[in-house]
Design a protein around this ligand. Structure first.
Ligand code: GKR
Ligand code: MG
Length: 424
């Protein structure tokens, strides 16, 4: 079997005005869809970042993949390294996904984008679901959490009507958002994207959620926007209410000091984003839970390796997300289903996707009781709706956004905004 066609399509989809420590989401989020075809008539799909620096690397890699055997993952790794070396990645091609994603991960990002598509094709060729190629399923249903955001009612500059979620800037509005999301998808845990309002206002929101959903596991993630003293103070107020405390402080040293001071379980997708940082974290005893993300941890197999490392070092594991579509969701679910150690429900931005903006046949994918249930179809079990893909590609061409920049977007609302953290 060899690759007969490799196609990458940048797309843009409507994204609500979600607030975070860095600023606010732009009206459109960017992704790239990867489609492979083989001489045997099998396909392989992938989804990754759509920001210009990654897109440039994807384009540079495509010609080197012609005719490759999709089982040759070492060959893929070699070509990825070659492209990253040759494009002489300068500082401005590293990009920050604002916030929480390490910029200097081009090899891992590029490899992962195609590794998923290669694995999907391998599994389809073998006639088995991707999870079986990854070693078999240890669970059929992968739990996800309700990912709440503070948000404005409308974008300052969208060329489409307001979303139906409305404003969320108070405890009551946030509780209403949680009620809607849980009623729709059945999630059994809640994550609050914080670092937006003052810490006291955000504590009040967690308390309101705890009152409204007694016993429901809660998490708060201020994306490093709290200084150590603030994080200790808030931690003491929230102790007992949280299942874990995610990235309150921006550095590993502060996370370690926070754990020492409060004993609370700390999770991160900011200070442990590769194996070198993993090593530093075990030495510092900083974070107890690693939030993996195959898009920058180097793919599905390297995510399994990370899971084994977490097991070895007695750490918990869950998953981080950025704005994404169904191919990423299903890839996350297949690797999560293959990993014995999955200690917590995974994050997902998927509930924020406009249901009309999915690119897979059948449209929006469904959660059942807060979980994604794996099927038996070969590979990822997805096909591309070519009309939908073309529509979102045209939207990409028209929207003018080429790299995510939450801080610049926030300056349209607050001209003096810097996005500098920690702010509190
Ligand atoms: O989408 O605004 C967002 C999130 O803040 C995202 O950028 C983070 O990377 O979800 C992420 C996180 O857990 O840090
Ligand atoms: Mg996070």
């Amino acid at each position: 079997m060899h690759l007969s066609s490799v196609k990458i399509t940048p797309i843009a989809f409507k994204d609500p005005p979600l607030l975070n420590a860095a600023g606010i989401h732009e009206p459109y989020a960017l992704r790239t869809i990867i489609e492979l075809e083989s001489d045997t008539g099998h396909i392989g799909l992938g989804e990754t970042y759509g920001d210009a620096p990654v897109l440039d690397l994807l384009h540079a890699l495509v010609p080197l993949l012609a005719g490759m055997n999709p089982f040759d993952l070492n060959g893929l790794r070699r070509r990825v390294q070659q492209v990253v070396d040759q494009t002489r990645v300068s500082d401005n091609t590293a990009f920050t996904l604002a916030p929480g994603t390490d910029p200097a991960k081009n090899v891992q990002k590029l490899y992962s984008a195609f590794e998923v598509a290669f694995l999907d094709m391998q599994a389809r060729y073998l006639g088995m679901p991707l999870v079986d190629l990854l070693g078999g399923r240890v669970r059929d249903a992968v739990p996800f959490s309700a990912y709440l955001f503070f948000k404005y009612a409308r974008h300052v500059d969208a060329d489409y009507p307001d979303d139906a979620w409305g404003e969320a800037l108070t405890p009551a509005q946030l509780v209403a958002q949680a009620e809607t999301m849980i009623a729709r998808h059945g999630f059994k845990s809640i994550k609050l994207k914080a670092g937006v309002l003052t810490p006291q206002e955000e504590v009040a929101c967690i308390q309101a959620l705890a009152d409204r959903f007694p016993g429901m596991p809660l998490r708060i993630d201020p994306n490093g926007n709290w200084a150590l003293d603030t994080a200790i103070d808030v931690g003491k107020q929230l102790d007992g209410l949280l299942e874990y405390y995610e990235d309150p402080c921006p550095t590993l040293a502060d996370m370690a000091a926070l754990h020492q001071a409060t004993g609370m379980p700390l999770a991160t997708n900011m200070v442990v984003t590769d194996l070198a940082q993993f090593r530093a974290n075990t030495m510092a005893q900083g974070c107890q839970i690693i939030l993996s993300d195959h898009h920058y941890w180097g793919g599905l197999r390297d995510t399994q390796l990370l899971a084994r490392m977490c097991e070895t070092f007695g750490l918990g594991l869950s998953m981080h997300s950025n704005s994404h579509l169904g191919i990423s969701l299903v890839a996350m679910a297949h690797v999560a289903a293959s990993v014995p150690l999955l200690s917590y429900a995974c994050d997902t931005h998927y509930p924020w996707l406009d249901p009309d903006e999915e690119v897979v046949v059948g449209g929006q994918l469904r959660f059942q009781d807060g979980a994604f249930v794996l099927g038996d179809a070969p590979g990822l079990g997805l096909e591309i709706d070519q009309d939908a893909l073309e529509r979102l590609h045209q939207q990409y061409l028209a929207c003018g956004i080429r790299s995510r920049n939450d801080a610049a977007q926030m300056r349209k609302y607050q001209p003096d905004w810097t996005g500098k953290a920690p702010r509190f």
